[in-house]
Design a protein around this ligand. Structure first.
Ligand SMILES: Nc1nc2c(c(=O)[nH]1)N[C@H]1C(S)=C(S)[C@@H](COP(=O)(O)OP(=O)(O)OC[C@H]3O[C@@H](n4cnc5c(=O)[nH]c(N)nc54)[C@H](O)[C@@H]3O)O[C@H]1N2
Ligand SMILES: Nc1nc2c(c(=O)[nH]1)N[C@H]1C(S)=C(S)[C@@H](COP(=O)(O)OP(=O)(O)OC[C@H]3O[C@@H](n4cnc5c(=O)[nH]c(N)nc54)[C@H](O)[C@@H]3O)O[C@H]1N2
Ligand code: SF4
Ligand SMILES: [Mo]
Length: 884
């Protein structure tokens, strides 16, 4: 019998409710939960494809020590033993945990408690350092606490939504859909997008400002100056509830027009248009994400934004406020438990002796960390220097995602003892571990997550635990027990941990701390099981609060907010040798290092290769052609990517996705190029503004292959592998074309030597086409040329799913295009309903003249809607082409 379970999507911080349905035969399908207040039933392409990612391919199913299967007891004994010895010999700061915003709150709470209260070090940091820490630091400077004042509804109620450093359409697609729907219903609502690139998000913008990298502080200082000059300040609010306004304004007044334009790269008419909109609209929400946080001035950017909202008193009221968009499903939960190396727990401060005493008493802890631990970049540098003797990494893949990624790999090799808890044993990080611990993943584990609007939701298990995998909290509690702290880690279930976490949030609080979920401290397992999504605070007396700060009450000791006097300098990173800026980020259908989305053929079909966006003028100057390969180098390393020449990219800058890694491509770990430069306040790395150079990467042969089996140990100058519906797709390039192509295919692509291909080799043109069959089944088709191969990818991929009984269809495989009468759908645009670009252009030619009309005839864009901006782009392109 099929069973339906209400749970929460494990991807972005939107935190959508999901109904997972498990059929009697084990198949899993998902749909949006209509009752969840984050998404009201909507899901994006990634959420809709969750059912395709829960298989056990590539799963780590048993503990391993030194690459060999081990029992849990042996593995946990060893972990406890090595941590105990390292602490005894070198002190508590010689060990560290590196955890993740993808841990559930319960996992996170237990890890933080063990490190800060029992081991007695604050050397627990998290990948949220790379993600949210500038927002945390900015909030704490301004508000005295890490508070997100508003709710998602504010984006719908606002008359102006400013999105800066956020590609909402691809990174928070359901929230974007809510915004787009609100704007469609109230066309007078305005959207401003501030991003060096013209992203898909900019498609709904009334104004797109292609800002110079890191120009945000200057832009928001310019805004503050404009607000002051045009009498748009709320002087009553400033006087009653804030401090430091004059110093902040002085910085703004010191900035003249010429500097403003130089620092932002924007014209006076562009900045004025934005300033006027902001000044004239009361209901403004300013959303920001990694284009703001991931910067050497990230914290200052955050405060420059907060300053403008405080100065206008537009905070915490319906449709008004600054809004930090969180990335990971539990970025917020991690902040609540204090998982960063400079935080304590339950929004209490590590630097505050009273808070330390309070937490220590609550935990009945033998010690309490009394100084901040190492932040992520410094943590791995310390490991590379041999100062960290035992390191436990959980739910994150730093060999891909941290800056100085090659140094990080080296650090893991230098560190005498590294433990990795993951669902996969083959990530770039897991491959460096001494001990691998198999973790339960989404659908198998139970706990809570908090989304960007402070809403706590349950993730619920609906699948059996695979192999011997165990929850992260269990792993930590077992090690704590072995270290002699069993009494403080007696947990049998996540419900018990959540109740303790809730009790700590209310402990001696009396309204002094924003984070308070005391109502949950006395509830038992049944209530936890039945929990419906709720926003914090939810205090013991039952009181709650949808928004913060409209009343002007902040969390600094004097109850007032602080303006921060930020200065606008933009550091020019480019040099004569490295004359381009590399910006990096996300694509619509992949999640981080692809350990989960890489399993879905649908999600892998939207963008199938690591790419590099480059402006047409830069491309022309460098001799880089569209779809050719390009080598991008920084002083630290090199990657090879597919060039995507587009005017959406700003001149002088490149953009590359952060997702590809050694499991999916030859050389595409962007982190390997990024220096470990961090924001001085938050320690967050500056991943979006890196000096690089680019040049064409010439190979002597280029290939495309469709393969039934995944090839292992690929060894070519360039390759990129992607999951396809009936196998795998492979793009590759070789420095030297082999004499014997058939032999090369057999050896390198792992094909049966007995299998004779059909096809042709043209020595003059260099074209080679080979198809290997086993009976009627196509095992592999390989297309090669001296230039990037022109073959219809979607057609070739579809051949893996067809029977090839007769010569005609076999020859069509070799030709790489359909025989007359059958159309090639083209590259996937709508991943949910598998609609390709050729189908969309055909519909446009047949008269479909709007996104809605295309949806009506092809269904494209009618499920999650994340591709609607792209469909709009295709419409524009077709109309522009028709007009020429
Ligand atoms: N599809 C998908 N969605 C995701 C994720 C994913 O992996 N895939 N990850 C999730 C996570 S953890 C996070 S943190 C979020 C991130 O969500 P976003 O922050 O929206 O995503 P990014 O692509 O990292 O960067 C956003 C934009 O910042 C711009 N930018 C770069 N430099 C500057 C600058 O100096 N100023 C301004 N104003 N903009 C700049 C970039 O061009 C980019 O378009 O996404 C979450 N959602
Ligand atoms: N160049 C560049 N680098 C970046 C960024 C960027 O924009 N540009 N963005 C940064 C940001 S914002 C972020 S958030 C990071 C993300 O970077 P990472 O956190 O390194 O990326 P993920 O691929 O999400 O890694 C999660 C790992 O946890 C495993 N996992 C999943 N669920 C569980 C679980 O329940 N338990 C355990 N133990 N393991 C689990 C997955 O298999 C995977 O290996 O990347 C950062 N790096
Ligand atoms: S927007 Fe998409 S990825 Fe984000 S939580 Fe919702 S369904 Fe998941
Ligand atoms: Mo993130």
């Amino acid at each position: 019998m099929a069973v339906e379970t209400k749970t929460t999507c494990p991807y972005c911080g939107t935190g959508c409710g999901v109904i997972a349905r498990r059929e009697a035969d084990g198949r899993v399908s998902v749909k949006g939960d209509p009752d969840h207040p984050a998404n009201f039933g909507r899901l994006c392409s990634k959420g809709s494809a969750l059912g395709e990612t829960v298989d056990l391919d590539d799963r780590l199913l048993h503990p391993e020590i030194g690459g060999r299967r081990a029992s849990w007891d042996d593995a946990l004994d060893l972990v406890a033993d090595r941590f105990r010895t390292a602490i005894a010999e070198h002190g508590p700061d010689a060990v560290a945990f590196y955890v993740s915003g993808q841990c559930l709150t319960e996992d996170y709470y237990v890890a933080n408690k063990l490190m800060k209260g029992f081991i007695g070090s604050a050397n627990i940091d998290t990948n949220s350092r790379l993600c949210m820490s500038s927002s945390v630091a900015g909030h704490r400077r301004a508000f005295g606490a890490d508070t997100v004042p508003g709710t998602y509804e504010d984006l719908e109620l606002a008359d102006l939504v400013v999105l800066t450093g956020s590609n909402l359409a691809w990174c928070h697609p359901v929230l974007f859909q809510r915004l787009a729907a609100a704007k469609a219903a109230r066309p007078e609502m305005k959207v401003v997008v501030i991003d060096p690139r013209r992203t898909m998000t900019a498609e709904i913008a009334d104004l797109h400002l292609s800002i110079r990298a890191d120009g945000d502080v200057a832009l928001f200082l310019g805004l503050l100056r404009h607000l002051a000059a045009h009498d748009a300040l709320d002087r009553t609010y400033i006087a009653a509830h804030t401090r430091g306004f004059h110093a902040a304004l002085a910085e703004a007044l010191a900035l003249d027009d010429a500097e403003l334009q130089a620092l932002t790269g924007l014209t006076a008419s562009e900045t004025d248009a934005f300033f006027r909109l902001f000044a004239d609209t009361e209901k403004v929400v300013t959303c920001y994400s990694q284009g703001v946080n991931q910067s050497s001035a990230g914290t200052d950017k955050v405060n420059a934004i907060l300053n403008c909202h405080l100065a206008t008193g537009r905070i915490g009221r319906p449709g008004m406020g600054p809004f930090s968009l969180t990335g990971q499903p539990n970025a917020m939960g991690g902040r609540e438990v204090g998982g960063l190396a400079n935080m304590l727990a339950a929004h209490m401060a590590l630097e505050n002796p009273e808070d330390r005493d309070r937490v220590q008493r609550f935990w009945k802890a033998p010690v309490i960390a009394d100084h901040a631990g190492l932040k992520a970049v410094d943590l791995f540098r310390a490991a590379a220097d041999g100062k960290i003797k035992a390191l436990w990494i959980m739910a994150t893949n730093p060999v891909v995602s941290l800056p100085e990624a090659d140094l990080v790999r080296q650090a893991l090799r230098t560190c005498p003892f590294t433990v990795v808890s993951d669902m996969s044993g083959s990530t770039d990080t897991a491959r460096e571990a001494d001990v691998l611990l198999p973790a339960l993943g989404w659908g198998e584990k139970d706990g809570t997550v908090t989304n960007s609007e402070r809403r706590i939701s349950r993730q619920r298990a609906f699948l059996p635990a695979p192999g011997e995998a165990q929850a992260d909290w269990w792993q930590i509690a077992e090690v704590a027990r072995r270290l002699g702290y069993g009494e403080a880690f007696p947990y049998q279930s996540p419900a018990e941990i959540f109740a303790e976490h809730a009790a700590l949030s209310a402990f001696e609080n009396e309204g002094a701390r924003d984070f308070d979920i005391g109502a949950w401290s006395r509830r038992g397992g049944d209530d936890y099981q039945a929990m419906t999504p709720f926003q914090w605070p939810q205090r013991q007396d039952g009181s709650t609060q949808a928004r913060f700060f409209a009343d002007g009450r902040f969390y600094h000791a004097d109850g007032k907010a602080r303006f921060v006097a930020v200065s606008p300098s933009v550091v020019e990173r480019r040099t004569a040798d490295f004359p381009l800026i590399l910006n990096s980020g996300r694509i619509r259908d992949h999640w981080h290092t692809m350990t989960r989305t890489g399993k879905s053929a649908r999600l892998s079909s939207h963008i199938a290769e690591p790419f590099c966006e480059i402006h047409p003028r830069d491309a022309a100057a460098l001799g880089i052609e569209d779809a050719a390969l390009v080598a991008v180098e920084s002083p630290l390393g090199r990657v090879i990517l597919r060039a995507l020449v587009t005017p959406r990219q700003a001149e002088g800058a490149l953009f590359a996705p952060m997702h590809w890694n050694d499991g999916f491509a030859a050389e595409a770990r962007i982190g390997a190029l990024i220096p470990g430069l961090t924001d001085p306040h938050s320690g967050q790395p500056a991943s979006k503004n890196v000096a690089v150079r680019a040049r064409p990467f010439k190979a002597s042969a280029y290939g495309f292959a469709v393969l039934r089996e995944k090839p292992v140990g690929l060894d070519c100058a360039y390759w990129a592998l992607g999951k396809a519906e009936h196998g795998w797709r492979l793009e590759f390039a070789l420095d030297e074309a082999p004499e014997d192509w058939t032999g090369w295919c057999r050896d390198r692509l792992g094909l049966d030597p007995a299998c004779e291909p059909i096809g042709y080799l043209d020595a003059t043109s260099g074209d080679v086409r080979l198809a290997f069959f086993a009976g009627e089944r196509l095992l592999a088709a390989v297309y090669l040329a001296r230039e990037p191969v022109a073959v219809a990818r979607s057609f070739a991929l579809a051949q893996l799913g067809l029977a090839h009984g007769d010569m005609k269809t076999r020859l069509a495989v070799i030709a790489g295009r359909p025989d007359a009468g059958r159309a090639d759908p083209g590259a996937t645009v709508c991943a949910c309903l598998s609609v390709g670009v050729n189908q969309i252009t055909a519909a446009i030619r047949a008269g479909a003249d709007s996104v809605e009309a295309i949806g009506a005839c092809l269904n494209a864009g009618t499920n999650c809607g994340s591709c609607r901006s792209e469909i709009k782009g295709i419409l524009h392109a077709c109309h522009a082409a028709a007009a020429e």
